[in-house]
Design a protein around this ligand. Sequence first.
Ligand SMILES: Cc1cc2nc3c(=O)[nH]c(=O)nc-3n(C[C@H](O)[C@H](O)[C@H](O)COP(=O)(O)OP(=O)(O)OC[C@H]3O[C@@H](n4cnc5c(N)ncnc54)[C@H](O)[C@@H]3O)c2cc1C
Length: 488
Amino acid sequence: MSEIPTLRLRKLNHGSIVDQGQFVLYWMTAFRRPFYNFALQRAVEWAEKLQKPLLILEALRSDYPHASDRMHSFILQGMADNTEHFATTAACYYPFVETEKGAGKGLLQKLAETASVIITDDYPGCFYPHMLQAAAAKISVYMEAVDSNGLLPLRAADHDFPTAYAFRRFLQKELPGHLFDLPLADPLRAVQLPRLEMVAAEVLDFWPPATGQLLRADRQTLARLPINHCVEATAEQGGFKAAERYLQRFLAERLPLYLQRSEPDQQVSSELSPYLHYGHISTHQIVQQLFVQEGWTIGQLSPETRGKRSGWWGLSEAAESFLDELVTWRELGFNAASLRAGYDQYYSLPEWAQASLAKHRDDPRIYLYSMKQFEQAQTHDPLWNAAQNQLRQEGRMQNYLRMLWGKKILEWSPDAETAMQVMFTLNDKYALDGRDPNSVNGILWCLGRYDRAWGPERPIFGKIRYMTSENTARKFSVKQYLQRYTNS
Ligand SMILES: Cc1cc2nc3c(=O)[nH]c(=O)nc-3n(C[C@H](O)[C@H](O)[C@H](O)COP(=O)(O)OP(=O)(O)OC[C@H]3O[C@@H](n4cnc5c(N)ncnc54)[C@H](O)[C@@H]3O)c2cc1C
């Protein structure tokens, strides 16, 4: 019997299990990690059951939206970590990287011809749902998608939520039933399987596996790939090894200071979002290690399920606050991506927000900037420019300033729809954690999603929550941040 909760499994086609197949294929697309990964665990279960080798295909296309040196190097470094790790296991790992646009076309179908079963990742955002549907329609072998997105299985909720508060209430009732359904820390540990040394030569000749040189992702190698070279790689290292270093640093040094995370001059948040986005680390791993550090037991959960932001877990205030971001806010994004029609479209904003923005559509704007001016950080506001510079240079933006950044784009754009487009373009082009369900929620939050109407009604914003750089600078210390990110 499977150890994986059935709520996390989704049949993708009516294909059959092929007994004569040569291997079980795990097509790794979103959960790009060997640890705490329900999809990999499921593939191992199938391989053990059928007594077949396990083949793991991790592929990187060159035509995904905003493919650039920055995003590619982060993913490639993750693939280098995976190559090293899987070489010590019973699985056969096949990293494939497109060196020409469209070069990977047909690879999955070719492997499917000799597979017994195909397991893949069930990720609700971006192009993934469409990609899975299209692949499953062409493949006759049995395909299954596995949800390893967060603590709450996507299908544990049958509706989306108007506020974080409503979702938190739901979580407090529902989550205890899922907290002990953990993925194995290392699903390939001590696993014995028939060995597949390598994939058939006819496949490898046409789709050669990525070389160590390619996975090192140095500047010259990236220059030869058909991606955008104007968005440069950052110093940030991708992959599960770096993700674990970030997690240890957070737990050891930053967690006690987490309540001060809104201060731009202090970087105390975890900076785990790119690793979560590319699946290099899982929420389960983060939460497990946090529980161990805090000596947490299930008996500490509060019986009160009224959606209070703090106190439900029975942990330190800092840990509660971190879990509210990592679980409530992050998984709210996944809930919306899987259940809200048009979740990334303007029309999915609450009606009050759309009506208020429409009423103020023609309000005069004192400042109006073009996409290019925003992109080049050429506004009149030094704090906004500094935040945009950080995004362009580092692929990150300080948490609190990210909200201010979006609010000001609304204020300085001809209308809210244009503002939304500017936010998506800049966020997804430069941010290492971009193109995530939480890119969508963060950007739409700036326009009223999950928020309430605020008074007094203001020009341009109407009843949408308003923020100013002046207030931010009054509330927090921003001097060092400005020095660091202001272009001389
Ligand atoms: C305009 C705008 C755009 C945003 N774009 C993105 C994006 O592209 N990708 C992205 O992952 N998040 C985005 N966010 C949400 C949030 O700002 C980032 O998740 C956070 O800054 C990441 O930093 P961290 O890893 O140090 O967070 P921490 O404070 O250490 O939090 C831990 C984790 O919790 C999650 N988290 C934290 N804050 C939020 C939040 N407000 N909403 C949802 N999840 C959260 C993230 O996965 C994060 O890594 C955006 C917010 C705004 C206002």
